[in-house]
Design a protein around this ligand. Structure first.
Ligand code: GLA
Length: 394
């Protein structure tokens, strides 16, 4: 049994490094000189086939979870660096770069950051894995990860000054530790709420935004720059391309936010468009958003790319697992969407620094069950893989 497993891993490894993919080029080879190709993983498993895939296909790795505030800094006096240190070390040894994700977020962030110290001991930290929420329609909002607003700012709250000092300590410690070892950081993640009309920044009304106010984002950028002056610093969010063609909705809010950050002197390098997409994603919005961000003088990265083959934008949850229900033709449609997306990225490769896939395969993905990536659960390339490789030589 073990022998059989070893043999099949060796076959997969061999396939990953030879001509089984496209015309023999891997993803990073196909896009060399255009933009970096990335994946997301904490690299905690020693699975040979996955490690071989990471080495062959990608330039850069984003830790999927271990650098988030909850796992990295669960209590004020505890930092867990071991997983990230090992991940950074593995990447160094294998010639891969690392992207830092994320210094500040409302989700996967422990409540002690916001609580009055006396009550902090009793704080119930948020779970590292967000709880399931209802799915939404194809163009709807994504489920609220990490619970609703009732889960935030619970118990007696610390003063604004105390909360800011804690955030500063967190950023200086974490960004300081990985100084020179990460290319850059998602400094703030997902600040903009869903459902706005685009006439305001529409920041979330809880977590950092309630404890401090809108200036918290600018301050976080300044501290991250102080901790690691050479790091690229990004604002990262989902669905911020939506409404770009008509300059409305979440895209319009993102433009207002970014203009303010620039005006306030935030040392911001670029914008991360997460790219959790689906078969009916509005591609014209994607292209216009890239152009709009570039017009502000900012760089752009696609930071968490996946395209569900189920046709819906249902986030991670409430998907049918087990018996496969996805029609075969959806994989062709998915390949077509990936093709069009990479055509857009190629047209704008002068402003795009990186395209990162969120996961490694359809089973190493937060959207497990929706088959959103380029490789199936056995790391076989799907039609979408060939489509992406082919675009590189058009
Ligand atoms: C967001 C976060 C990621 C990840 C995904 C889902 O997009 O930025 O870190 O949590 O949700 O897993």
């Amino acid at each position: 049994m073990i022998r059989k497993k070893m043999i099949s891993s060796l076959i997969v490894c061999a396939a990953l490094t030879t001509t089984a993919f496209g015309q023999g080029k891997t993803l990073k080879e196909a896009y060399a000189g255009k933009f970096l190709i990335g994946c997301a993983d904490d690299l905690t498993s020693n699975n040979e086939a996955y490690q071989a895939s990471i080495r062959a296909q990608y330039d850069i790795v984003t830790p999927e979870n271990c650098m988030k505030p909850q796992p990295m800094h669960p209590t004020e006096d505890t930092y867990n660096f071991a997983t990230t240190d090992a991940m950074v070390d593995w990447c160094k040894k294998n010639g891969l770069q690392v992207w830092g994700h994320t210094l500040a977020w409302h989700s996967q962030t422990p409540q002690w950051f916001f609580q009055d110290k006396d009550s902090a001991a009793q704080a119930t930290a948020q779970p590292a894995t967000p709880r399931p929420e209802a799915a939404t329609g194809p163009n709807g909002q994504r489920p609220n990860r990490g619970g609703g607003r009732g889960r935030f700012n619970e118990g007696p709250q610390a003063s604004k000054e105390v909360v800011l000092q804690r955030l500063k300590d967190h950023i200086m410690t974490v960004a300081g530790r990985y100084k020179g070892q990460v290319v850059g950081w998602d400094v703030f993640n997902e600040s903009i709420a869903d459902g706005g009309d685009g006439t305001t920044e529409n920041l979330r009304t809880y977590s950092w935004y309630k404890a401090v106010g809108p200036e918290v984002i600018t301050l976080a950028f300044k501290w991250a720059h102080e901790a690691d002056p050479n790091a690229q610093l990004y604002y990262n969010d989902y669905n911020i391309e939506q409404g770009a063609v008509e300059n409305k909705g979440k895209h319009a809010s993102s433009m207002l936010l970014l203009k303010r950050l620039l005006k306030e002197g935030a040392p911001i390098t670029g914008v991360g468009i997460q790219g959790h997409w689906h078969l009916d994603t509005n591609l014209a919005d994607v292209e216009k958003a890239i152009e709009n961000y570039a017009s502000l003088g900012l760089r752009v990265a696609i930071t968490e790319l996946d395209v569900t083959a189920t046709g819906g934008n249902s986030g991670a949850f409430n998907v049918q697992q087990g018996e496969r229900r996805i029609p075969a033709e959806n994989y062709q449609k998915q390949a077509e969407v990936y093709k069009k997306l990479f055509e857009i990225f190629m047209r704008h490769s002068d402003v795009i620094d990186r395209v990162t896939f969120w996961g490694l395969s359809d089973t190493r993905s937060w959207r497990r069950g929706q088959d959103a990536l380029l490789f199936d659960g056995d790391l076989n390339p799907k039609p979408a893989y060939k489509a992406v490789i082919d675009v590189s030589s058009l």
